[in-house]
Design a protein around this ligand. Structure first.
Ligand code: HEM
Length: 489
């Protein structure tokens, strides 16, 4: 990663391009860029940031992608001037060739735009207020406790699989009020067409056409989606026959009324929002937890400190939301894991006008992307960026010692807010931010009471970066029951 480049410290973003703005630099060769992006995009884009600076033009397929890696510029795009950017990167303008997420998410919060999105966000936001999420705290802890009840000391586990099961159980309970062994959860588990069909082709220029071919993967994808739809409509019908008092998110979606018209959402819209929450809220948190365990595996002191904190705060009981303010180190572990391994690959927009950023011209209808991985590993904002150092996040660095220059630096006032953006920023920032942070810390704390995980010697953990960033071949570990090796139980 490069040191700050000349001319990058002063961020200028303007939708009226200045005469002095120059074309953004970048590599040549559309096919080469496309191949690089379909191979190991993280190394590729990090290298481009090093070589070309905070605005890079990447000739991707049939359109140009402008990667912006300056946090102030990211703030301007996502927050200050957000109305000059749309989210329909895959379905409008030159992006029309792509297979959009809409094939599964419909017109839910992630994929909708403009006035309609604002109306839906206003309607759904109260369901994610802190107090409402706190009501799910018990589910976070109990379901984390359930998942570990079948483990035995010395078991070889794939934590990626275990964390996906856990976050699926949580989303099944909080969204639909069903348990993991129900037929509903089974359908969700088998139906979620994660890496098949249209979503698999999403970075190819002819994806939209590939998505329509009668390929076995596409067929499975659409069958899975239809099964999922059937389940959601069935649950909606069941909720309507109930007393309307359910606390699960589906009941809340059905009960929501437009502030101006008093109208409920149409059934199709409830379906789209429910499936959006299911898809957006499941793999992301699983990935954050998996990477946290990967990092803890190779940092025994950080792991021990987390266990000491969990023992001190919880003893042998399950965590509650009231414990969260004292689980400071556990929280810092999660923040730092999402810094080094942000679960979402990129935050993308389409420019609705010509604009200028960091002295570079970005034409109207460009695909603009901010890649958290690149921003989070920039030494300009992150000293020793490759180092896993949860103490960066401590407001009052208890035992860090005066020589630890990293202690507390991530929370110091005056830093650009979007030097850290695993949840994006601005009006489109993740609605599940508080939900997943609470879920993540409570899962780490619940599991950490009894278990620690040793990496499997010689197993190389590589990244697979598509829409999310996850381990390519899972995360195999040996589960050690704490206490079984003389560790405090
Ligand atoms: C560690 C876990 C998570 C991460 C890293 C994450 C990341 C993100 C990011 C980066 C965005 C913004 C994309 C953009 O601006 O283009 C986003 C949006 C969104 N996320 Fe999350 N997310 C997580 C968990 C969740 C959960 C648990 C839910 C729901 C239960 C959720 C629901 C959503 C929704 C609905 C949006 C769209 C919001 C809008 O545009 O109004 N996410 N997420």
């Amino acid at each position: 990663m490069s040191a700050p480049q000349e001319g990058t410290s002063m961020t200028q973003v303007s939708t009226a391009p200045m005469a002095t703005a120059t074309a953004a630099p970048g590599p040549t060769g559309r096919l080469r860029a496309l191949l690089a992006m379909s191979g190991n995009p993280l190394d590729y884009v990090t290298g481009l940031r090093d070589q070309y600076g905070p605005v890079v033009r990447i000739p991707l397929g049939w359109r140009d992608l402008y990667m912006v890696s300056d946090p102030e510029a990211a703030h301007e795009i996502l927050v200050t001037s957000h109305r000059n950017f749309a989210k329909d990167v895959m379905s409008a303008g030159r992006g029309k060739w792509a297979a959009p997420l809409e094939v599964i998410l419909g017109n839910g919060l992630v994929t909708s735009d403009g006035t309609f999105h604002r109306k839906q966000r206003r309607l759904i936001q109260p369901m994610f207020h802190h107090e409402r999420i706190a009501g799910y705290g018990r589910a976070f802890a109990e379901l984390s406790d359930d998942i570990q009840s079948g483990w035995k000391d010395g078991d070889r586990l794939d934590l990626q699989v275990e964390m996906a099961e856990l976050t699926l159980a949580i989303v099944a309970r909080t969204l639909f009020d069903v348990s993991l062994d129900s037929d509903v959860a089974h359908t969700i588990r088998t139906a979620i067409p994660r890496h098949e069909g249209p979503l698999r082709w999403d970075s190819l220029p002819f994806a939209r056409h590939l998505a329509k071919l009668p390929l076995p993967g596409n067929k499975r994808f659409y069958e899975g989606r239809d099964n999922l739809d059937a389940i959601v409509y069935r649950l909606m019908a069941e909720r309507r026959q109930g007393d309307g008092q359910g606390a699960d998110l589906l009941s809340l979606l059905l009960a929501a009324r437009d502030a101006d018209t008093g109208e409920p959402m149409e059934d199709l819209q409830v379906r789209d929002e429910a499936i959006t929450l299911l898809m957006a809220g499941h793999e992301t948190t699983a990935s954050a937890l998996t990477w946290a365990y990967h990092l803890l595996g190779s940092h025994p002191e950080a792991r021990q400190r987390m266990h000491e904190e969990i023992d001190e705060v919880l003893g042998d009981r399950l965590p509650t939301v009231e414990d969260l303010p004292r689980l400071v180190w556990t929280d810092a572990v999660l923040s730092e894991a999402m810094r080094l391994y942000p679960p979402i690959m990129g935050v993308a927009r389409r420019s609705l006008d010509d604009f200028e950023v960091c002295g570079r011209r970005v034409p109207k209808d460009s695909f603009v992307a901010i890649v958290p991985w690149v921003v989070h590993r920039d030494p300009q904002w992150w000293p020793q960026p490759e180092l896993f150092a949860p103490q960066r996040w401590l407001e009052t660095p208890r035992s860090a010692g005066p020589t630890d220059e990293l202690a507390g630096h991530a929370v110091r006032p005056g830093r650009p807010r979007l030097a850290y953006l695993p949840f994006g920023g601005g009006p489109r920032q993740c609605i599940g931010n508080t939900f997943s942070r609470m879920e993540g810390v409570m899962a780490l704390a619940t599991l950490g009471r009894h278990w620690e995980f040793e990496p499997v010697p010689g197993f190389a953990v590589d990244t697979l970066a598509r829409i999310t960033i996850r381990p390519l071949r899972g995360l195999p570990v040996s589960a050690r029951r704490r206490g079984a090796r003389g560790v405090r139980h």
